[in-house]
Design a protein around this ligand. Structure first.
Ligand code: LMR
Length: 397
């Protein structure tokens, strides 16, 4: 049966995570996988999540199956988080959300529905993007095309090249966009650029597929949803994959959702039935625990306020680590300008180091950075910033 199979290499981000865990140096630093760490280098369970867990322990009366679409209350609350409580789309009948196993599960369900809807459609993906986007979406059978996104030389979005390519996307194709906190570059679309892409989508007839995994880690919960909310106002169709891994710290609980905005309410019902068929034929039903916690937090005024305070601390800490790192490594023999790190958003930025420099950082200094030179700024803390900055400056020559 299995004799013809060849081994497959591990995903580069997860391989780096395993290598970091196996390293027994005490001064090692993990700037790899996108997981938040506090100033003591820990990834604690948020206090609001702990409190919700205590309530859930007391409240939960059954572990019986929940249903293919997951928890209806969670789905409703996620819609309100994504769009704001008063967005007109919520009462339009043109929108459906189903709970999915994490942001990745959501992307997969979205991709499978796209293939069912329009097998010839292409999905245009920015370069670079999260390294798992293309394997995950492509292996669902979606045809992938690329559009330029980021210029490594000036560390800015390559706006002209991006818009020129998007202006040629045919009607019925889809364009993958990052809702906020672009992974891996940290270079987010401005509100004006979101507006311009919406203009193009209307003009050309393409459909945005928005992956939003970091709402609240960029500028704030509402600010980070600008593109989603504006596009739902203006466009007939939209697909949104969202995740609670980062903003609720629920990584291993696999808590996400997939949302479809359709032209008519009849289509919304049909699309939801297709998404549920995909779910049933793959994982059957999503895991319950994380979604029940999110539902409890968003449904309770005090818990929600506590969670928002914690999320603000996360966002502020990452921004201060951005500033600190950029300032510390700005003086370097190679004369490289790192000021882009201060302007970018969310967990990631590119350092722009080459493979030799990254190997040297890992082997000689125990500093783990993925091969694109994407750093997770949340891995920096007051205890390691000095050593980290000195090490980076030293490999720059
Ligand atoms: C990352 O990009 O590091 C995270 O989204 C984790 C992952 O699954 O790759």
């Amino acid at each position: 049966m299995f004799e013809r199979l060849k081994p497959v290499g591990m995903d580069p981000i997860l391989a780096l995570m395993a290598a970091f865990r196996a390293d027994d140096r005490t001064n090692k630093i993990d700037l790899g996988v996108g997981v938040y760490q506090d100033d003591r280098g820990r990834t604690p369970v948020m206090a609001s999540v702990k409190e919700a867990e205590a309530q859930l322990m007391a409240l939960e009366t059954t572990k019986a199956y929940q249903g293919i679409a997951g928890d209806p209350d969670y789905n409703q609350r996620i819609l309100q988080l994504l769009f704001g409580a008063d967005h007109s789309i919520l009462d339009s009948g043109r929108i459906k959300t189903i709970q999915a196993p994490g942001g990745s599960g959501a992307l997969r369900v979205g991709a499978e529905v796209i293939v069912r809807a329009r097998p010839d459609a292409k999905l245009w993906v920015g370069v670079p993007t999260w390294p798992n986007h293309i394997p995950l979406l492509g292996s669902a059978g979606v045809n992938i095309e690329e559009y330029p996104y980021y210029n490594l030389n000036d560390h800015q979005i390559d706006v002209d090249a991006m818009m020129t390519t998007l202006a040629q996307v045919p009607a019925g194709d889809m364009v993958l966009l990052h809702g906020c906190c672009h992974n891996p570059t940290g270079a987010d679309l401005s509100n004006e650029q979101w507006d311009q892409i919406a203009d193009l989508a209307l003009e050309r007839g393409f459909i945005p597929f928005i992956d939003t995994a970091y709402q609240g880690l960029g500028d704030g919960l509402d600010e980070d949803a600008y593109g989603i909310r504006m596009m739902a106002d203006r466009l007939p169709e939209l697909v949104i994959a969202s995740s609670c891994s980062k903003n609720f710290g629920l990584y291993r609980e696999r808590t996400g959702s997939i949302t479809f905005v359709t032209d008519t309410s009849e289509q919304a019902d049909i699309v939801a039935s297709q998404a549920m068929a995909v779910a049933r034929q793959t994982y059957s039903m999503p895991p319950a625990h994380g979604a029940l916690l999110v539902s409890l937090i968003l449904g309770d005024q005090q818990l929600r306020a506590n969670w928002e305070t914690e999320l603000t601390e996360v966002r502020t800490r990452i921004q201060s680590m951005r500033n600190l790192l950029a300032d510390n490594i700005q003086q370097n023999a190679a004369g490289i300008d790192f000021s882009h790190i201060k302007q970018q958003k969310g967990m990631f930025s590119f350092l722009g180091l080459n493979t030799d420099q990254l190997d040297q950082l890992r082997e000689d200094h125990g500093i783990y950075i993925v091969s694109s030179s994407r750093v997770n700024l949340a891995g920096i803390n007051s205890g390691n910033i000095g050593y980290l900055s000195d090490s980076i400056v030293s490999v720059l020559g």
